[in-house]
Design a protein around this ligand. Sequence first.
Ligand code: CP
Length: 303
Amino acid sequence: MQTPAHLLGIEDLTLEQIQRLLDRAARFQQEAPPKTLAGKRLLLLFYEPSTRTRTSFEVAARRLGAETVSVSASASSIEKGESLLDTVYTLQAMVIHGIVMRHYASGAPTLVSRHVDVPVVNAGDGMHEHPTQALLDGFTILRHKGRFDGLKVAIVGDILHSRVARSNLLLLSRLGAEVRLCGPRTLLPQTFVSYGPRVHVTHDIEEALDGADVVMVLRIQMERMQESFFPSEAEYVSLYSVTPERLQLAHPKAIVMHPGPMIRGVEISADVADSPQSVIREQVENGVLIRMAALHELLGGEQ
Ligand code: CP
């Protein structure tokens, strides 16, 4: 099986490559990881804010023995107008062996991957993909449910602006889950059904949650909105917030997920976020394992 040169999106991975990453993360959970990245330097290039993704890539790289260099747009010469490629060429001249990159423009990591001779990992690009988030979500689901086939996964919130939703629906539907997307019409166009027969669109949260095995809640991405997509926050909460009452519609053993950052009292109530069904902090823990698996495969693993 071919190891991918880059990790740019779930859409580029074969099922075998996905399985291998999930298996590798499971192995890293059981055993102390080997220092397969010793002597390597990883660039973390972030054009958008991040808490979880950036930190977990840093922790993952260091656990595998790599050195990390962090550059964020707000504290670099990017602020002075330096172009994306000039920034990358400059940093590459200091000898780097891989790039983890977040950018507000969809496709930016793909562009960079065509101009460098080191692996590029997409840590979230615009409204396109966030592949390691979907992989860590899949890993977490597998840990709790033991399978994907026939699993009912409800993804509720701002689907339109969410790279997490896109990567997850690509991953989970290919692995055999039924994905129910739910949100207001303005944040969930009917065109999402084109992702395949296992992807369903509904604007009714009760329909989405009915018997769901997994409830994945997404934040409203105000930072990507130039206009108003719903009348008021109160109206959104009344129609789409995942509350304890609504969660009762799901399977009694349903798990609740959120990629973070979450806004308590808006898309999810605090009671649900802190309930025994919530695996939100476990997602963060699993993020380190998945990112170790990805870095090991791309930079240090067997070819
Ligand atoms: N889930 C996620 O991407 O979180 P951060 O924006 O904090 O990295």
